[in-house]
Design a protein around this ligand. Sequence first.
Ligand SMILES: [Zn+2]
Length: 473
Amino acid sequence: MLRALPCALIALLTGSVSAAEITTIPDAAVKQAIALRDQALKDGQAYALLESLTTEVGPRLAGGVNDEKARNWAIAQFKQLGFDKVWSEPVTFPKWVRRSESASLVAPFPQPLAVTALGYSPATPKGGVTAPIVMFNSLDALKAAKRDDVKGKIVFVSARMKPHRDGHDYGIGSPIRSRGPAIAAELGAAAYVLRSAGTDSHRLPHTGVTQWKEGGPRIPAAAVSNPDADLIEAALRRGSVQLKLQLDCGIEGDYTGANVIGEITGSEKPDEVVIMGGHLDSWDLGTGAIDDGAGVSIGMAAGALIGHLPQAPRRSIRVVAFANEEAGLYGGKAYAAAHKQEVSKHVLGSESDFGSDRIWRLSASVKPESLPAIDKMMQVLAPLGVERGMGAGNGGPDLSPIHAEGMAALSLTNDGTRYFDYHHTADDTLDKVDPEQLAQNVAVYVSWAYMAAQADGDFGSAPGAFKQNGDDD
Ligand SMILES: [Zn+2]
């Protein structure tokens, strides 16, 4: 805001922007948004959806046995909630399967470890890999390693994430998981193990995807739980440590899933859409309640509240349950590829994919002339505890590709203090979701989405409009 508002003021003062170009929210829309907000706080719809998804479908590994079941669930829910258009758009990706996984220290003493394979990890040879561990404290230390120190060994990268409200330590943990194995493979490592990218102290390892270089070497890659990482470090302080890792997992051809989309058709500008949602896939260890059944449920419930108004919104409300976010934003990329010609018609978007604890911050990537409209939204959101963020928002993971094409976007930040205790573990289950906090999320989404649908003027969506924001998060 501090960066963008002066631009708006300068534009107004210098007369390069006329009052007619300023985006505003009509008073009646603000009043209706307040009513929707207050209704959402008392509405149990999102929780009922999330309970249904995590109970009746369960874990939703992309391309796995529940992929189609989850899509059928989303189609049925959209229809039942009164979305008048419901359709699917195909998304294709390499299908990765997890069969079994185990690890143990073999020297200086035998000790079984809690371990999980990373997505797109290949299997170990039959009988597993047994090798000495070489430890690094950061990705940079690994990058600087000599080939002779790594070759034939099991690389172990150990950096402990601390909890923060904005979850920024994931910026350390995530690259160690996603990029570390490829670096270790190029240095000739036999396998790769990381301290889980998580903030808990349970013997529950955190899975997640890893990325390989096209045509580059691939090695078995896994995460151990935080207490097991502590144990490995303690053993290393006593001398050399041998680890045995056994993974049975790998890629089984291609799979075609789909983004499932529900829409409430607008009354005046049906081809202009306000877009929200979450990703329908999850990791397989838990039931994907916080990541990201919550996001799908929040979008569906917020859309349904608008759909149940006696008067349809001026613009259409589109809710997307994205395919396969976890293994590499496949659904979000496919959506952007299919819709980039209509980027100007994507008036404003935001995906929920950071759990469902209270939303405390709104960051906007919009044109300066629409900041008065964002200020109006803030008047409705501030009583929910939402502050105005200083940075630009990219709209969340699955909407970041279409944002990069030029869609105006909001980023709504949840309180992420607890998020990385459960993220990508067997503990990502329904009991971690607080129904009241989930309802606060729906209240936030229904408020901004309705006001965006009713706004006089746009938020600056146009081809290439937000290129400078890149994929910052
Ligand atoms: Zn997610």
